[in-house]
Design a binder for this molecule. Structure first.
Ligand SMILES: *Cc1c(COP(=O)(O)O)cnc(C)c1O
Length: 222
């Protein structure tokens, strides 16, 4: 075997160590979710071989094509769904995912609750918040999120454990990370999914527990 440790992964892990040290945080409080959209199964296997255990896909359809085999052959590896879930994909999302980062509307809650009951399998669930209030982006608006989280629990029996945000492209992410952290805090949620290749170190400073990093791990998407 002549496998070399993937350089992108090594650099990201070193930067996470660094950011945790600077923020005075325990390294174990941050999980790297390697965002593997468009990445081949072979390239994912190199990163698994280097010890990475948590991966994220943003399209359920792509996850369904790539991941059943990878999960079957690599026990202990977990897949997170990090992108929008159409209600008719709830079945596949519940079957494949350890965590779904993108609960964002009542119709999806209905579909998830039905599948969790049917499959007797309950992924951890995070509510996506549209912190930048961007019309084209999915996610619950900040003004509506407390009520939405309460409804997820009371009306659908969903155990929400955290919140997710994707700050507007090109804007300073700090206010969005601070807003998401405040939402988690006041709703008693332990998980904060925020930070991508360009800003994961900043996200860790603001309390991220899950950073979703793609291109910095795998190289630029073509
Ligand atoms: C692709 C993706 C990421 C990672 O983006 P990079 O900029 O490549 O790190 C994070 N979150 C979501 C929802 C994504 O789709």
């Amino acid at each position: 075997m002549t496998t070399t440790f993937p350089t992108g992964l090594a650099a990201v892990l070193a930067a996470i160590d660094d950011a945790c040290a600077k923020a005075g945080r325990d390294r174990d409080s941050v999980t790297l979710v390697a965002a593997s959209k468009t990445v081949s199964a072979a390239a994912i296997e190199d990163v698994i071989a280097a010890g990475q255990r948590v991966f994220g896909e943003n399209r359920v359809q792509e996850a369904k094509a790539k991941w059943p085999d990878l999960l079957a052959t690599h026990p202990g590896v977990e897949l997170h769904v990090i992108g929008p879930v159409q209600s008719n994909k709830a079945r596949d999302a519940v079957a494949l995912a350890d965590t779904i980062h993108s609960v964002d509307r009542a119709s999806l809650c209905v579909a998830l609750a039905r599948e969790i009951e049917r499959q007797q399998r309950a992924p951890r669930l995070l509510v996506q918040v549209n912190t930048g209030e961007e019309p084209q982006k999915s996610g619950v608006l900040p003004a509506d999120v407390d009520a939405f989280i309460a409804n997820c629990r009371a009306d659908f029996g969903l155990d929400i454990v955290g919140v997710t945000a994707i700050p507007p492209a090109g804007a300073p992410p700090e206010p969005h990370f601070a807003l998401l952290a405040a939402i988690a805090e006041r709703n008693g949620l332990p998980q904060l999914s925020m930070g991508m290749s360009s800003d994961f170190a900043v996200a860790i400073e603001y309390g991220a527990t899950h950073v979703r990093v793609g291109s910095a791990v795998f190289g630029a998407r073509t």
